[in-house]
Write a new protein. Structure first.
Length: 477
């Protein structure tokens, strides 16, 4: 492309970016109306034998944007993330443009210093003054690293000599994230050796039951490896008692990993950081900036109190003489990562942090918690709505519950959620607490305000009433 053609092309792309950003406050659907079958039948998505040329890119971008979920809209409240940060978006674009890889300082000099700066700051925040870590592909990968570090710490050299994990067990909350099962598979202990410890009525791991499970495992000839605590569970947003769990874990000489992928951001808030009291006694922590902090996917940190354990875990890098050299040994971030090529995820977080500062993040946390408080108040005060769990974080689990006792409340709430999705008004998660189906609304999208929450509950109630009356769903809100 000529200089003129390049400028024209980038200008057209920029117009689409601006239009997408501006559309977040315009009337419209949060999700596309076309079904999967319709997309496959009507959209031209095939890979051609002869290329279409660069001019076709703009049409393809239009097709993609039109058929994507609008995660920047305030009505998007389905997962633990949403919204859009312009500084972080700028960082994402520049990171892709410069295309640095984070395994050596030589290939990513300023990116290395930026990532080191962020990792050191986050380590300080969790109480690891001499700690370090790495950016990962997400909380699932962070949990796996925590479990691998536990293995290497307990059986030094197992990275080299191998590991028979059939008699090793790991203790997690009964409401822990499913990624612990993935990690059990990868590290070689198997799903059945993940022991799910009973939770209390608020969804927190019970310390006394953990003690019982550890004693029983030893009695049965198993070797306890580590405890995985959760700082804000996926469904309820419950924080395990880190003080109590750390006391037990260390008394039993076990590694304590804290999955704070969702809840770690509370550490910015003077009022809410108490939720993670005791985290400084953990051995490792994972924390996702792409969740409540609103940084574009993926942006996740793994932090370890003793960096030498992570370094031993990753010392396969020593054979890569074509990448790693002694003169930058302390600064080559690839020596602390299981990945080789790794994108620059630190720039977008660094830019957003520079814009907001700690005080800005703290205000964000407090504002989101206030909005979650408001939503809970509205639910409690309405005769046809019912909270299904206590709240610690911004997860609000509730359901529509009419007076008619003959109705199947699970089927009713499944249908309410289906109708919200069909009309494209709101995207909210459907989850289970025990045998009960709940609507899990998470206040994580920073575009949400009280007007959004009022409109959301109005649509839930509207559909609940219609389902109870046996009325068909409407296509539009």
């Amino acid at each position: 492309m000529s200089e003129m053609e390049t400028a024209t092309f980038l200008d057209e792309v920029s117009k689409r970016i601006s239009a997408y950003i501006a559309s977040k406050d315009e009337p419209g659907r949060v999700n596309p109306s076309a079904s999967l079958a319709t997309m496959r039948r009507t959209l031209d998505l095939q890979l051609p034998l002869e290329g279409h040329g660069v001019n076709a890119v703009l049409d393809d971008l239009d097709t993609f944007i039109a058929n994507s979920v609008k995660t920047n809209r305030s009505e998007f409240m389905n997962p633990l993330w949403g919204g859009m940060s312009l500084p972080a978006f700028a960082g994402e674009m520049i990171a892709a443009m410069t295309n640095n890889s984070m395994y050596t300082y030589e290939l990513s000099p300023i990116s290395t210093v930026i990532e080191q700066t962020i990792i050191h700051r986050m380590s300080e925040m969790v109480g690891f003054p001499d700690g370090f870590g790495t950016f990962t592909t997400g909380g699932s990968n962070g949990n796996m690293l925590g479990m691998l570090c536990a293995r290497e710490n307990q059986m030094a050299g197992s990275t080299k000599t191998g590991f028979d994990g059939r008699k090793s067990v790991i203790f997690v909350s009964a409401e822990a994230h499913y990624s612990v099962l993935m990690a059990a598979n990868v590290i070689g202990i198997g799903h059945q050796n993940i022991i799910k410890v009973q939770c209390d009525k608020d969804g927190r791991m019970m310390p006394n039951r953990l003690e019982e499970e550890i004693a029983f495992a030893r009695q049965e000839g198993f070797t306890p490896l580590c405890v995985v605590a959760t700082a804000a569970t996926t469904v309820r947003g419950a924080y395990d008692d880190l003080e109590a769990l750390s006391t037990i874990a260390h008394r039993e000489n076990l590694w304590l990993h804290v999955d704070a992928a969702w809840g770690g951001t509370c550490l910015f808030s003077t009022e809410h950081r108490r939720l993670m009291d005791g985290v400084e006694k953990a051995d490792s922590v994972c924390w996702d900036a792409h969740k409540m902090m609103g940084v574009p996917l993926i942006c996740s940190a793994f932090l370890v109190k003793e960096p030498k354990v992570l370094r031993r875990l990753c010392d396969h890098t020593n054979v890569a003489h074509y990448l790693f050299h002694s003169d930058t040994e302390q600064d080559d971030l690839g020596r602390y990562s299981l990945q080789c090529a790794r994108r620059n995820d630190a720039l977008k977080l660094w830019l957003d942090w520079r814009v907001r500062g700690d005080a800005g993040w703290a205000k964000m946390v407090d504002d989101l918690m206030h909005n979650a408080d408001y939503l809970e108040e509205q639910i409690v005060s309405h005769p046809s709505l019912e909270m299904m769990s206590s709240r610690m974080w911004t997860n609000v689990c509730f359901r529509f519950k009419p007076d008619d006792a003959s109705l199947d409340l699970n089927e009713l709430n499944i249908e309410i959620r289906n109708r919200l999705i069909q009309e494209g008004s709101f995207m909210v998660s459907r989850s289970n607490i025990g045998e009960d189906v709940v609507l899990r609304m998470v206040v994580a999208n920073q575009s949400i305000d009280r007007g959004t929450l009022d409109r959301f509950l109005e649509r839930v109630i509207h559909h609940g009433v219609e389902v109870c009356r046996g009325l068909p769903a409407l296509n539009e809100p």
